[in-house]
Ligand binder design. Structure first.
Ligand code: ME8
Length: 510
């Protein structure tokens, strides 16, 4: 049986249309899912929307809609966005889906029945835009540490989850599973800033609004945010239902991809809910950094962004995907700007990849009418080059498993760059002038086509549209992941009319 791979993104709040920050996490998760799928893993990729809560109810009211109407529209828009980005999710879970609601209610009941949830009184500081509760020390000067806006004091009857009971077990788990929280810096932050100082029990129900999943045994309460939201990772797979085949197959998750601000919830609350349910913990939670625009996090509450479709329409889906995957070392914060996007397109996609593909196919047509065989007229310079093709897949596998996404692309683009250098060093146009060098020339072009074929296979998860184009240029059938090896006896009959793979983008006149 194939090995399984289960990857998730956060489920985003449909309080406004999704922006390039949401695209960032989703493109990365999609690319990893595609890579694993192509590499033979039985893969499940989950994304979705986190639809309940006071903030969404308020937004709906402002818009003169019911909460359900409001989120329906945003979710439709999000699904359309994911389609235009080529996102290949297996399920888009909505926390308003009937199966999710039913199982969250069961989970809540179970935790209550076994004494992990109890009734008490909640007093605290609350940031409405962020839907976060804070302690006095966290909300310095009465301001939300995430968005900087004012928090206000609230007090109401509420149910609580006993985080404290599981503190020691959680600490042991994190210490004995060094990859559970990544990157390393976030692991230390969780341990030192949150877990070791002592976990306070968590408020898991509210009575001050009703846009949420009702608590079955106490009708004034709705389940408050995290039990509802985090459970999506198992309810989506049919946990707790008769139809739990996916759950048995895919759980525990191999990786939850999340932004750094919600690592805390995924590495403290989520594992504790799972421990209380007696379920295995996810293998890894990766907290990535933020895309920053002009010094600020791109965010729905700040509204400092444009519709991502504008960039897709202007520069192509693969350009947006490539930029998201390549520009920022995964884990760090990084700037998003149109200028940086254009610089990436020009330097990597047009000048390096596109140029190699179009130059090589042009020469194959010019010197051999498009048909290239390996004449095995090798020279010393070929050895290192061919070696780099042979070892590329091992390197990308390793980097994918380590979730170093930008490094995967760096490895592939290193080979593309050295392929261009191989052209400059072997000077095919000089070989072409000498009839006795014809076999050497054909061998050089063969090696270049092998480089284009192998890199193209490995680029498929990241840039599905352009790699499909290159397949039609090369017209080879050896395009599966298993074929990402140097093969020495193919016969290429390449297209005689390749469009430029990527056009260089000229600076816009102001
Ligand atoms: O937190 N840069 O939803 P949310 C990079 N519903 N990533 C960004 C980003 C940015 N500027 N802005 C958003 C929630 N993201 C909860 C999650 S999960 C069980 C519940 C991405 O709509 C990033 O993945 O606020 C971040 O964690 C997520 O969107 C937050 O989305």
């Amino acid at each position: 049986m194939n090995k399984k791979f289960y990857i998730t993104t956060p489920i985003y709040y449909p309080s406004a249309n999704f922006h390039i920050g949401h695209c960032y996490s989703t493109i990365i998760a999609d690319s990893i899912a595609r890579y694993k799928r192509l590499d033979g893993y039985d893969t499940y990729f989950l994304t979705g929307s986190d639809e309940h809560g006071q903030k969404i109810a308020k937004k709906a009211e402002e818009a003169g809609k019911t909460p359900q109407e409001y989120v329906d529209e945003i979710v439709e828009n999000a699904k359309d966005l994911w389609k235009s980005l080529g996102i290949t999710y297996d399920r888009f879970i909505r926390t308003t889906d009937a199966d999710h609601v039913e199982i969250v209610q069961k989970i809540f009941e179970k935790l209550y029945d076994q004494g992990d949830i109890y009734k008490g009184e909640y007093k605290g500081l609350y940031c409405t835009p962020c839907e976060s509760f804070w302690t006095e020390t966290q909300a310095k000067d009465g301001l939300c540490p995430d968005c900087g806006r004012e928090v206000h004091e609230v007090s109401e009857e509420a149910y609580f989850l006993k985080l404290s009971k599981y503190q020691k077990r959680l600490e042991d788990h994190i210490e004995s599973h060094p990859h559970f929280i990544r990157p390393e810096s976030r692991k230390n932050e969780m341990l030192n800033n949150f877990i070791r100082p002592g976990l306070e029990d968590l408020c898991v129900s509210r009575t001050s609004f009703d846009w949420g999943i009702p608590v079955t045994f106490d009708k004034d309460h709705v389940v408050y945010v995290w039990i509802d939201a985090l459970s999506n990772y198992i309810t989506a797979l049919g946990y707790g239902t008769d139809n739990d085949e996916n759950f048995r197959k895919y759980w525990p998750a191999d990786v939850h991809i999340v932004g750094k601000e919600i690592v805390r919830f995924h590495t403290i609350i989520w594992p504790i809910i799972l421990m209380a349910l007696d379920l295995p913990l996810p293998d890894q939670v990766f907290g990535h950094g933020w895309l920053i625009i002009e010094g600020n996090k791109i965010s729905k509450s700040l509204g400092n962004y444009r519709d991502p479709r504008e960039y897709i329409e202007k520069y192509s889906v693969d350009a947006v995907r490539y930029f998201s995957l390549r520009e920022i070392p995964f884990g760090n914060d990084g700037n998003f700007s149109e200028e940086a996007l254009v610089a990436r397109i020009n330097a990597d996609l047009a000048n390096t990849w596109g140029n190699l593909v179009n130059r090589t196919i042009g020469m194959a047509n010019k010197y051999f009418e498009g048909t290239i065989r390996n004449r095995k007229n090798g020279e010393a310079i070929d050895e290192l080059f061919i070696e780099s093709l042979k070892t590329l897949k091992n390197k990308t596998d390793e980097k994918i498993d380590d979730l170093q996404i930008s490094k995967v692309l760096e490895e592939i683009f290193d080979v593309l760059r050295s392929s261009n250098k191989y052209i400059d060093d072997t000077t095919p146009w000089v070989l072409a002038k000498d009839e006795s060098k014809k076999e050497r020339l054909e061998t050089v072009l063969y090696n270049l086509l092998e480089s284009i074929r192998i890199t193209n296979i490995l680029l498929k998860p990241f840039m599905p549209e352009s790699t499909e184009k290159v397949d039609t240029y090369l017209k080879t059938e050896r395009t599966s992941f298993e074929d990402a090896i140097y093969i020495d006896d193919l016969i290429y009959e390449v297209t005689d009319s390749p469009e430029p793979l990527f056009e260089r983008i000229q600076k816009e006149e102001n």
